[in-house]
Ligand binder design. Structure first.
Ligand SMILES: [Zn+2]
Ligand SMILES: [Zn+2]
Length: 138
């Protein structure tokens, strides 16, 4: 690979990682793409997808699958759960202790060996709740 190309790739990856951090509340690839394009206008969506995949593999970010088909990206790679808005699809963090696998009773989990706990909490975010409230008053 040419040195210039390599430098450009490194820069793209850095800007993509920074965008995930700046956008905070678990952005999708398209949201990250729109932010990256403000800094590096020639970046393609496929480049963003590819780099997000690399960053996930490197453990720098985490991919969070919502109820829909879209994947959200999280700069917080520590163990925590998520809540998803059923109206706008936004994903936010749940601030409570993760379920402790070691204290689980085997019968509760049909004698499975538990590898990972993924909780799916769905709700309505404050912005959507406010919007729904306004619509009700009209
Ligand atoms: Zn919402
Ligand atoms: Zn999160």
């Amino acid at each position: 690979m040419l040195e210039g190309q390599l430098r450009r790739n490194t820069r793209q990856k850095r800007v993509i990682l920074r965008s995930v951090e700046q956008l905070g509340c678990h952005p999708t690839a398209v949201q990250i793409y729109n932010t990256v394009r403000k800094v590096l206008p020639r970046t393609s969506l496929s480049t963003v997808y590819r780099n997000l995949g690399i960053l996930v593999d490197q453990g720098k970010i985490r991919a969070v699958k919502g109820a829909g088909s879209e994947i959200h990206y999280d700069h917080n790679t520590g163990a925590h759960n998520h809540i998803e808005c059923t109206v706008c699809g936004r994903v936010c963090d749940v601030h409570m202790d993760p379920v402790d696998i070691d204290t689980m009773n085997p019968e509760t989990v049909s004698n499975f060996i538990v590898m990972e706990v993924r909780m799916n909490i769905l709700g309505i975010c404050p912005e959507c709740a406010e919007q729904l409230e306004k619509e009700k008053l009209q």
